[in-house]
Design a protein around this ligand. Structure first.
Ligand code: SF4
Length: 118
């Protein structure tokens, strides 16, 4: 038997959504003090194909928020330990974390281009 995807009826989804606890009840630990709460997530997570200049500007803005974050150390340790592959965490971009860990997350390795055939 193949995998089956169950779709919840709208009224059931709404009932489940009503059960989602308030953020304050989630007890997220250090994340509750994150300076980036309420910030535009697009600052921390860029689109897949982003120009270098745009990425540097965006990451710079995100890092400015991180610079005044009281839980920067916890966030950075989490990002490096997990590891988080995408986005700015603990003041470190994806490239910063790759340098820090000495490992490539595989996204920056250029894929071989197909050789045109005639
Ligand atoms: S260090 Fe940056 S990404 Fe991490 S919680 Fe603080 S503001 Fe958010």
């Amino acid at each position: 038997m193949g995998n089956r995807v169950a779709l919840l009826p709208a009224r059931r989804s709404a009932r489940n959504a009503a059960r989602i606890p308030a953020i304050a009840d989630l007890r997220l630990g250090w994340q509750e003090q994150a300076r980036c709460q309420g910030a535009d997530a697009r600052l921390f997570f860029g689109p897949e194909k982003e120009r270098t200049r745009d990425r540097e500007a965006r990451e710079g803005e995100a890092k400015q928020i991180c610079a005044s974050c009281p839980v920067l150390r916890d966030c950075r340790a989490h990002a490096l330990g997990t590891p988080e592959l995408f986005g700015v965490w603990g003041g470190l971009s994806e490239a910063d974390r790759e340098l820090a860990t000495g490992s490539s997350f595989g996204r920056r390795i250029p894929r071989p281009r197909p050789v045109p055939t005639r």
